[in-house]
Design a protein around this ligand. Sequence first.
Ligand code: FRU
Length: 511
Amino acid sequence: VAVTYREAHRPQIHFTPPSMWMNDPNGMVFYEGEYHLFYQYYPDSTVWGPMHWGHAVSPDMVRWEHLPIALYPDSLGYIFSGSAVIDWKNTSGLGTANNPPMVAIFTHHDPEGYPAGRQDFQVQSIAYSLDRGRTWTKYADNPVVSNPGIQDFRDPKVSWHEASQQWVMILAVKDRIHFYTSPNLKDWTFASEFGENVGSHGGVWECPDLFELPVEGDPEQTKWVFLLSINPGGPNGGSATQYFVGDFDGKTFTLDPEFAQDVQPDPADPEREQAVWLDYGPDNYAGVTFSDVLDQDGRRLFMGWMGNWDYAQVVPTHPWRSAMTLPRSLSLHQTDQGLRVFSRPVKEISGIYSGGFEVLQGPTEGRQEITAAIPQQSIPLELEIEAMASPTESVGPFGMLIYNDTGDTLRVGFDPTEQRYFVDRSQAGTNDFSDKFTPVSYAPRTVFDPIIKMNLFFDEASVELFADNGATVMTAIFFPNAPFRKVALFSEGGELEWKKIEGRSMRSIWR
Ligand code: FRU
C-alpha cells in the first residue's frame, strides 16, 4: 500500500515511522533481496517509552515498506538496540540447513530494575525468524548473556568472524566495550575489553559496531573500523558517533599506532581527550552498518538516527518523531591526517532523481538566487558545488542557503579562513523548544585539496553535507515556519572561483 506523508516537516527522502516515537536503527541486515530496517519504537507516544522493534523493508535502502512491529516488550523487559544476522550455517540450530534463521540479538532492559537500584537490569537476548523477518520467536532460554552487575550493558552488535570461525559480539558497557565470542549465538564467552584512555568519554558509550574495510587504493591492506556512539560529548553538543581504526584478531581490538595518536590523550596535555568523529553534525546518532552486506559491490552500508538526545523528544513534529539519515556507504582512505573513514550517500538514491540542472556562474560577492534554474519543486534537492578559494588571499565564507517567505534561512558553507565547514540553523525556523538545539555547528576540513567540494542533500527538515568526497560529514535537522522552497548561493567576498554548481530535484520516497 503506497502511503503519502505530507504533514509539516515530514521528511520526503528519509525513513520515518508512520507515527509515534523512533530512535536507533536496529538489526539492519540484507536477506533475499530485501534490506531490513528495525528500529527503536514506542507505538503509544511521540516520546521515548517501552521499546519495541519497529520494522520496514526496502529493495534499495531508499524506498521503504512498513511492516508490523517485529519485537514486543515481554517479562524480561523492553527491547533495546541490537543487531541481526543470517545464521547461514544454522550454528544456532534455530533454523534448518535449507532455511537459515534470521537471528536478532538485542538488549532486554528491565524497567523495574533501575528504580529498585539494581545494577543488572540489562541483559542480552536473542529471537529468530524463519520467514524473512515477518514473524519472530523469542529464544526460550533468554538471556544469552547475563549481567555481571553493571548498569549500562547494552547494544550488542554481532558478526561472523571468518578467520576464527565464530560469532563475535561487541557490547557497550558504561564507557568501555566488551567483546564476547560464541560458536552458536547462544553460548557466549567474555574475550576482552577496550576503551581505556582512548576517544571521548564525555558520556555513556552506546551502539558499537566493528567491521573490516580495505584501504582505498591499496586493496591488499585492510583495517578494522570501530564505530562508537557517545551521549553526551559530541563535537557540537549532545549525541555523536566517534570511531577508531585498528586491527582485530577475533578476540582483541588493537588501535592502529598512527591512528592512536589522534584518539589517545596528548602526552603534553593528558587531561584533554581526543576523538575522531564520523559525522560532525548534531543529528547523526547510534548509526551502525548492515550485517551481511558486503553486497556485490563490497560496500559497507550505514544508517544513523537523525536525532540528538538533547532535544529529539521535543522537536515540533506530529504525529511522528525522528527520521533516519540517508543510507551511506563507508570507506577507508589514507589522507594527509592518516587513515580516515569517508561517508557517501549510496548510489541507489539516484532512483529518486527527478530533474537535473546546472548553474554556470556563482556569486563573487553577495547572494545569487538559483531557484528558477531548478526544473521541479526545489526541495528535496541534491546540490553539488565545487569552488577554489585561493589559500593566499583572504576569502570570506561561501556556500548555499535555502529560505522561505517568512524570513527563515538555513545556511551551509565553508569558511576558508578557519578551514572549516558550517551548518547555521540559527535562523532556520522554530528553535525555542530546547536551549540545547545548537544554532551553528562546525566541522574541520581534513583534506587539503585546492578545490572545495560540497555535496548536499536537503529535505523538508534536514540537511546532510558530504564534503571533499565524504571526508567531512555534517547532518542537521531544522523546522522552518513554512517549507523552504527557495535556493541561493552566497559568497562573502574575496578570490573565490566557482568550478561547478549542479543539482537534482528528487521525488518523495513514499510515492
Ligand atoms: C541509544 C540508546 C541505546 C539503547 C536505546 C534505547 O540511543 O540509548 O543505548 O539501547 O537507545 O532506546
